[in-house]
Design a protein around this ligand. Structure first.
Ligand SMILES: Nc1ncnc2c1ncn2[C@@H]1O[C@H](COP(=O)(O)OP(=O)(O)OP(=O)(O)O)[C@@H](O)[C@H]1O
Length: 297
């Protein structure tokens, strides 16, 4: 049995802190997230019979589902259902014990996290992970810098290309801060931002890698109702730029209000899939959330 590669929080932080050269795809403009031209409805990401075990714990048990381009997709389930494990498998943190994960038709199993990011998948984490002593703008530029094609020589000798790219990275980062609504905090060190602003900053930083798919892990955790409403609007605006969004979220109002389709996990198994209305009325889902056996629901 292959054990999933499991990283310590320190390792994850280091990787999350990976600067500039290893983070993202090429292209991008100074505008907010670049619109993708793929027609909505095509399969973007496939989770194909994925099982993932941690020793004796089966965190994911033969799970299959697909994300379509341009949709907002929810991954929900009670605590310990396997949502974060699934996210981690999709973003290269864990390797499935069995099964395949394909992004744009290509297997991503075994790829390094930075390769997956460069391929177009960005994520935020359950807990805020910013560079606390860097300004909000600098935090975003870490992602935006990854667009640079500047060679080491060009950077060392400050050749014109270096300055051009430096400038466009800064402009794009400012644009992203504006997009998420915190441009006024651009020059403030991120640890001084409010919790809500920090979460927005994380989203801006993820968008700076110019993703095709943005994965948000409990983005509304700790938010008040007004902040949740703002987040819902932001997620819609992100989707409207052409970015597909995958959302793990416990807040049912938010999930039901913003997603196009939902998959429900319980004890590592997929128990339901469908539109918010279909999922809400599904007896197995009701039972999972209320803790009632399915056959008694
Ligand atoms: N690194 C790990 N080592 C061992 N077991 C783990 C590990 N990560 C998760 N698990 C186990 O796998 C199962 C699924 O956990 P996971 O964190 O994916 O659930 P979740 O749906 O994201 O839960 P929550 O909503 O509480 O964040 C749980 O039983 C958990 O204890």
């Amino acid at each position: 049995m292959t054990e999933p590669h499991q990283e310590t929080p320190e390792e994850l932080d280091r990787q999350n802190a990976r600067p500039v050269d290893e983070a993202a795809p090429t292209g991008g403009s100074a505008a907010a997230p670049a619109a993708k031209s793929a027609p909505a409805g095509d399969v973007l990401l496939e989770v194909d019979h994925v099982t993932l075990r941690f020793g004796g714990v089966v965190a994911l048990n033969d799970v299959s589902f697909s994300l379509r381009k341009g949709e907002i997709f929810g991954l929900i389930g009670p605590n310990g259902a396997g949502k974060t494990t699934c996210f981690n498998a999709m973003t290269g943190v864990y390797r499935p014990t069995e099964g395949a994960i394909r992004f744009q038709g290509e297997s991503i199993v075994g790829k390094k996290k930075h390769q997956i990011t460069r391929g177009g998948i960005a994520r935020t984490f359950q807990n805020v992970r910013l560079f606390p002593e860097m300004t909000a703008l600098e935090n975003v530029m870490v992602g935006a810098d990854a667009h640079h094609k500047t060679s080491v020589i060009s950077a060392l000798f400050r050749l014109p290309r270096f300055w051009r790219e430096e400038k466009s990275g800064k402009e794009r980062s400012l644009e992203l801060l504006r997009f998420v609504g915190i441009a006024h905090r651009a020059g403030d060190v991120s640890r001084n931002l409010s919790y809500g602003e920090q979460r927005r900053l994380e989203i801006a930083r993820a968008l700076a890698t110019n993703p095709t798919l943005l994965c948000l892990d409990e983005p509304a955790a700790g938010f008040n109702p007004a902040e949740k409403e703002d987040l819902l609007q932001l997620i819609r605006r992100i989707r409207d730029t052409g970015v597909t969004v995958l959302l793990i979220e416990h807040d049912m109002r938010l999930v039901m209000g913003v997603t196009d389709r939902i998959v429900v996990l319980e004890f590592g198994k997929k128990i339901a899939e469908g539109t918010p209305a279909e999922v809400r009325d599904n007896p197995a889902v009701i039972a999972a959330y209320l803790g009632v056996p399915t056959d008694a629901a």
